[in-house]
Design a protein around this ligand. Sequence first.
Ligand code: DGY
Length: 329
Amino acid sequence: MQKILVARPIFPDVIDRLKQYFDVDWNQGDVLPADALKQRLADKDGALSAGDPIDGSVLAAAPRLRVVSNMAVGYNNFDMAAFNASNVLGTNTPDVLNESTADFGWALMMAAARRIAESEHWLRAGKWGKWSYDGFLGGDLYGSTLGVIGMGRIGQALARRARGFNMQVIYHNRSRVAPEIEADLNAHYVSKEELLRRADHVVLVLPYTKDSHHTIGAAELALMKPSATLTNIARGGIVDDAALAEALRTKQIAAAGLDVFEGEPSVNPALLTVPNVVLTPHIASATEATRRAMANLAADNLIAALGEGPRAGNPPNPINADVMGRARQ
Ligand code: DGY
């Protein structure tokens, strides 16, 4: 039987599925530090990870490893150059999380615009003495302009929801989406700078790469309206969190909603001191149904990539399909 490591706690019934095909080493404890990960991978043929950093040194420590299946759509935790050089396949879990993640983007954007977390903390602190005409004034979503940076599948799901709020949708992306998608979403392509100047609500839904590092920093925040909100459901590092905390403190922008952070699970302490930001612990895809779908898809990828199950040899979501069938380096 081939050996696999499941590097994180996941649904026990998914482990049971994997046990039908593999000898499973399951880490049910804390995130494995690099040395422990290398040790546990030393005799493994495959692995299921969820954001665990896998670079050339990890692959070198695991000479039998042929596939790492990430339980996430984003795979910035994989050094894909190292995967390609070693002929190790990476897989991810796209699509199954689009709608839940888009829902959550809206929840954060609305909470930021309407100051829901801030006013709730105030109420819980026993500070509510009287109704007041100017208590927690926020910004409208209905009829406003939504700016989406990153118009992939999640960005499109998010933009589609703007119809019900009678919003104008502008977007920026590495490349324009097909005209029929633009027409369907009633979305207009603009430069990043124009989007930042015009949007009432900016949402980030782009993958993290070297090029997208600090897509939003001090210079970009300076372009935004003082009434605007910024929501990040993409990845930490896309926003310069220190610059954002300062822009929130000085009210250069009105509010922010953040589900992801530079260096998470650590959070820049300056963000914890500003009231006009809603902070959540990377849970945009966290519904029972979606996390189950992600875990099962990650298992499908692993099973198929290691030549087992009904799709043997044909995993649904290869990232670097070119390496399939090549000898491990
Ligand atoms: C993803 O799938 O990339 C989500 O951010 C969960 O990690």
